[in-house]
Design a protein around this ligand. Sequence first.
Ligand code: DGT
Ligand code: CA
Ligand code: CA
Ligand code: ZN
Length: 583
Amino acid sequence: MPIHNSDIEEILDTVANLLEIKGENPFRVRAYRNAARTIQGLSQSVAEMVHTGQDLSELPGVGKDLGDYPRSSVETGTLLLLKELQGELPAGLTDLMKVSGLGPKRVAILYKELGITTLTDLAQAAEQGRIQALGGFGKKTEQRILEDTAKLQQTQAKRISLVVAEQVAGPLVEYLQQTPGAQDVIVAGSYRRQKETVADLDILATCGKGSKVMDRFVGYEDVRQVVSQGQTRSTVILRTGVQVDLRVVPQASYGAALMYFTGSKEHNIAVRKIGLAKKLKINEYGAFRGDKRVAGRTEEEMYAKIGLPYIEPELREDRGEIEAARKGKLPQLLEVRDIRGDLHVHTKRTDGHDTIEELVEAARRHGYDYLAITDHSKHVTVAHGLKPEQVHEQVREIDKINKKLKGFTVLKSTEVDILEDGSLDLPDEVLQELDLTVCSVHYKFNLSLKEQTDRICTAMENPYFTILAHATGRLIGQREPYQVDMEKVMKAAQRTGCILEVNAHPDRLDLNDVHCKMAKDMGVKVALSTDTHRLGNLDYMRFGVGQARRGWLEADDVINTRSVTELKKFLRKSRKAVAQLVS
Ligand code: DGT
Ligand code: CA
Ligand code: CA
Ligand code: ZN
C-alpha cells in the first residue's frame, strides 16, 4: 500500500494528541509531535527511504527512540501504538482539539462527561446548552465552541494543498501509465491550473483498444471506495480522503478533453461562446462544424480553430486571458528555470536545520548562482533570533565563505521583524552591513486594518527595507490573513521601490495569485522565495512559480531572475532612492 508522508505525519500527530488527552508525559507527547513536523517538511518520501534502507533515526526530531515508528508506519500503514490508543479512546477526539479553547484536558472532560467524540456531537451538545452545565466551561465558552465548530466543519469538506495533491497524484499517474496499452495519462482540473488548493483530482487518459486502464484504476490499492464505475468515467475516494475522477477518451479527442477538464469552468464557457459565434460546437470530444469534427487532437488545435493562440493552463480563469490572447498580448510566463537564486533561507543558527555551506551546496545543485541567508532577528525569541552582534558575526562568516566560492555568491541578509510601531528590529548600523533585508510581521496579527497597514507602510520607508515577506501572514487552511490593505501596501512599495515576496511554501503562497497580478499591474517587483528551513524546502520554488504564473508574472517582473550583478545594482539603486525620498 503506498503510504505518503502526510499519512505518517497524521499517524504521529494522532498518537501525540491521544497521548495528550490521556494525560501522558509531555516530553513523550512532544517527541511524536516533533517527528511529525520533521516528516511533514521532508521532500523525500519516507516510504522510499525505508525501501532503500536509509537510517531514519538520523532525521532531526526522529532520533533513536522514534526511529522505528516511521518505518513500521510505512510497512503496516499504521502503528501498533496507535491501534492500542484507539482501543482506549475514539480517534475522533483529536478533531475536537482543533476547536479553539479546547485543549486535551477539556476534550477528556467532554468525552467522559457527555460522551462527545466528534465535531458533530460537539456542535449538538453546544446547541442544546449541555456544555455550559459542565464545570469550568461557562456560557461564553459554549458559544465560542459552537461558532468555531461550525467553521471547522466547513473547512473539513477540505481542499488539499498542492504539495499533498502532488504526493497523491504522482504515484497514481505512474501506476496508470504502467497499464498495457495506456498512452497519455495527465492530471487536469485545478491541479493543472496550479490553483493554490484543489478539491479533487481529475485524471485524463487515452489508451489503445481493449486496454484495462479503468479496471486498473478502481483496483488501485489506495482506493477506499469506488463511488461510480463506467466505461469512460469513474470516481473513487482514496484512503487519504482525496477524490479522483478518471476519464478515458480516444486519441482524437485528447486535446478537447484536456481543455474541457482543465477548466476552469468559466474559461470553458467563454471559449464555447467564441466557438458559437464562429458556428462551432465545442465540447469534450472536439470542435464540431455540424457533425464533422474539425479539431480535437491537441489543445493548440482547439484554440487555433477559434482563432486564439495557446493559453497556458494557469491563465485559464476568465480573468482577461481571452481578451489578451485575442490581442496577441498574452504574457510570456515565468518558468522555474528562470530563477537564479533563493532570497529567503534559514540556517541552524536560528530555526533552520542546515549550515550555510550545506545550503550553498544544495542551491548549486539547483543550478542557482546565489542565495540570501535570512535568519530571524532578535524579536523572534522562539527561533533564537539574532542580536546585532550575532548578525555581524554571520556577516563575517559569509565574507569568509564567499572568498572560497567560485561562481556563486552568498548574499548577506536577515529576516528582520517589523515591530508594532513600524520600526525594524535591528539598528541601521547593522542593516547597512547587509546586501538586502527580508522584512516580516510575526506578531500582533490582530491589529486593525489601518494599524496593520500603517505598520507595514511605515517600515517600508526605512531605506534598508528591501523585501516584504509573506505579506498577509496567512497559513492556508490554518490561519486567516491578518487585516491589511494590500493596495495601500503596494502603493507604498511602488513609491519606495520595495519588493514583495511570493513565499513559495505550499502552506503560505503569500502573495497569492491575485496579489501577484496586482503587483504586476502596479509595476511592483516581486521576489520568489522558499522560506527554507530544511534543505528539501528549496524544492518548493515550483509552487511559488505556479502562483506567479497564475498572476501573469514574467521573468522581468521577478527580481531573482536577474544575475547577481544586476540584482546588486538594483538593490543599491532602490536603497539610494528611498534614502532621498525620506530625507
Ligand atoms: P476543484 O476540483 O474545485 O479544485 O476545481 P476544478 O476546476 O478541478 O473543478 P472540477 O473538478 O469540478 O471540474 C474539473 C473541470 O471540469 C473544470 O475545471 C471544468 C470542467 N467542468 C466541470 N463541470 C463543468 C461544467 O458544468 N461546465 C463546463 N463547461 N465545464 C465543467
Ligand atoms: Ca478538480
Ligand atoms: Ca472533478
Ligand atoms: Zn522566514
